[in-house]
Design a binder for this molecule. Structure first.
Ligand SMILES: Nc1ncnc2c1ncn2[C@@H]1O[C@H](COP(=O)(O)OP(=O)(O)OP(=O)(O)O)[C@@H](O)[C@H]1O
Length: 596
């Protein structure tokens, strides 16, 4: 039997494969082909040039064979230029295709991830991985192809050198190990330093985003200077890491910069001696000097090697997001006539080794509204997350109309179980699109109806372009934003709707109106409402009362209000402290099966 861990890992892999199709080897192969062709032309050029010179010296500048070789030299130059242009074009396309692929795989994995598992990745860190790191990772395949091709020039030049003169070739070959050593040392040292640099970049981005999110608090507390210092604290480390990278680069370039002229000089000396002894012609001397330069040019690979190493580190960082474990969905559907009976059986959730929720035998009958109540940190959001399968419990099961949530298809789960949160994500470009975005197809009329039910229609119509106002241009308060989130949940309501603090920004009167509209105008079903106000609990059919992660009782608010411990929850609560429940609510009986 697969463990939940192995299933989650498999889902991560599946998730990673589903989005951002890999561009395949074609773009890389085109870069390689053009670079190798260009390298071949580069290798042929010195021979043709040397031959042309020898013919010109022999024929004294008269037309004929020398003229043809001259034309060939010119054609090779033009050909090299064209091939270099094509290499640039294909490199750009290859980089773009791989960057898009790596980025979408990472984003796809992140969006499918179990929220708890994605929590360690701070928003700024994710931003850096998806932008800078994804671009570096995307540049690696073309750099790898160019690196392979860059080897073709020195290897081809060395072979050509051996054909023209073995002595000069032996002299150049003797100096090559030193260059190889320089490159190897560079690749080894630069890998570690690039990884550290990328990590620090992400750290600064994370701190900056945190500061932007808490800008109002920072302003109010007058801690701007301290916050600036906190955000920029890793800057010195980043600068040191950057300097270290440049030192490594510089050292590799300097070493190869000394070695290359030395090698060329030695080759020129040996070639000169061979010319003096009559073993080489003037044109051949020209060719061997150029070949020695090209062979020693292997040092230039340091730059490409740097890009490949940087790309490898960046790819690991970016694709770590694609490997965040995701939920695995089953194959079952819900019974069509089900009313939304919800049951938590032996549920246990553990975080950091601590039990944060235990709920056994908790039932909410189909069509009932259950308020989840408890002090801050009691486990209300954890229960809400488990009840709609945003996360799986560590033990136990959650059943909807008798079917385990983890056995449902993704489609069945997301069309039949909806959520609204305290801070809804702004999906879609315009206000109407935000409300319409979801698992169901929603008409403009349904969007307006949902907005009316959520108490959003009035302020939306007062926006500059009404429902077509882009969200970025809509000056919305926290409560208005929340109402749009509610409208989206209402428009897509399935048989279970979970509101996790989704009305905390609404005044009591508006909240009451929304509740009435929810009962009248939204598809009927079971509701689970995380509540801080006694008025909300009083309107619910039953209350799930949590204390320190344990279900203390499941009963109507009226019954529970008799208990001092229950009343104390609201006395300590953030809103509605000390309010008495409306009379009518106290005596309302719980629906059948709701009591424990
Ligand atoms: N991913 C997590 N890692 C560690 N602890 C967690 C995690 N998620 C929740 N917890 C802990 O579980 C407990 C319950 O959290 P939960 O968010 O459900 O509280 P809550 O009742 O909704 O509180 P509030 O009313 O303040 O929102 C808290 O102590 C919280 O720190």
């Amino acid at each position: 039997m697969p463990t939940s861990g192995s299933r989650a890992r498999r889902a991560g892999k599946e998730g990673g494969a589903a989005g951002g199709a890999r561009p395949g080897r074609a773009p890389e192969a085109l870069v390689l082909l053009c670079s190798v062709a260009s390298a071949a032309v580069t290798v042929v050029q010195p021979y043709v040039l040397g031959r042309t010179l020898d013919l010109l010296l022999r024929d004294g500048g008269t037309a004929g064979a020398a003229g043809r070789w001259l034309m060939l030299s010119a054609a090779l130059l033009v050909g090299e230029l064209l091939l270099d242009s094509l290499t640039s074009l294909f490199t750009g396309r290859c980089n773009a295709a791989w960057t898009a692929s790596v980025r979408s795989r990472a984003l796809d994995g992140l969006l499918r991830a179990v929220p708890d598992r994605a929590r360690p990745y701070a928003p700024g860190d994710v931003g850096t991985r998806l932008t800078l790191n994804a671009a570096d990772a995307g540049a690696a395949p073309a750099a790898r192809a160019a690196l392979a091709a860059s080897m073709a020039t020195p290897v081809g030049a060395l072979a050509a050198l051996a054909v023209v003169d073995l002595w000069v070739a032996a002299c150049v070959l003797a100096g090559l190990p030193a260059l190889g050593f320089v490159l190897r040392a560079f690749a080894r040292d630069t890998g570690a330093s690039v990884g550290a640099y990328q990590k620090t970049q992400a750290e600064i981005a994370s701190r900056l985003l945190e500061a932007m999110e808490g800008a109002a608090t920072i302003n109010a507390a007058g801690t701007l200077a301290r916050e600036r210092a906190r955000v920029l604290a890793p800057l010195d480390r980043l600068a040191a890491q950057g300097r270290h990278m440049w030192v490594l680069h510089g050292r590799a370039l300097a070493r190869s910069g000394v070695l290359v002229p030395l090698l060329t000089l030695a080759a020129t000396a040996v070639g000169g001696l061979r010319l003096a002894s009559g073993a080489l012609s003037v044109g051949e001397l020209l060719a061997v000097i150029r070949y020695a330069q090209l062979t020693a040019g292997i040092g230039g690979a340091a730059f490409l090697l740097g890009a490949v190493v940087r790309g490898r580190e960046a790819r690991n960082r970016t694709l770590a997001l694609a490997r965040v474990p995701a939920l695995v969905h089953g194959t079952r559907r819900l019974p069509p006539a089900g009313r939304g009976d919800l049951e938590l059986r032996g549920v246990r959730v553990v975080r950091d080794g601590r039990q944060v929720l235990r709920a056994d035998g908790v039932r909410v009958p189909g069509g009932a509204t259950a308020a989840v109540v408890g002090r801050s940190g009691a486990g209300k959001s954890v229960l809400a997350a488990v009840a709609g399968r945003l996360v799986d419990p560590d033990e136990g099961q959650v059943l909807l109309d008798g079917v385990r949530l983890d056995r449902l298809t993704r489609d069945a789960l997301r069309t039949e179980v909806g959520y609204a949160f305290e801070r809804p994500a702004p999906a879609g470009g315009t206000v109407a699109e935000m409300v319409a975005t979801g698992p169901r197809r929603v008409s403009p009329e349904q969007v307006r109806e949902a907005c009316r039910a959520a108490g959003a229609d009035g302020f939306v119509r007062r926006l500059p372009h009404g429902y077509d106002t882009p969200l970025a241009e809509a000056p919305l308060s926290g409560g208005e934003h929340q109402r749009l989130g509610l409208a989206r949940a209402f428009a897509h309501a399935g048989r279970l709707l979970i509101l996790d603090d989704a009305t905390s920004g609404l005044d009591t009167a508006t909240e009451h109106e929304v509740d009435r509209a929810l009962r009248r105008s939204v598809r009927p079903g079971t509701r689970l409402v995380v509540a801080h106000r006694p008025s909300v609990a009083a309107r619910a059919d039953l209350v799930i009362w949590l204390e320190e992660g344990e279900v203390r009782a499941v009963a109507p608010h009226g019954d529970l209000w008799e208990l001092a411990g229950y009343r104390a929850v609201f006395a300590a609560g953030p809103a509605g402290a000390g309010q008495a429940p409306p009379d009518g609510a106290i005596h309302r009986p719980a629906p059948e099966g709701a009591r424990r």
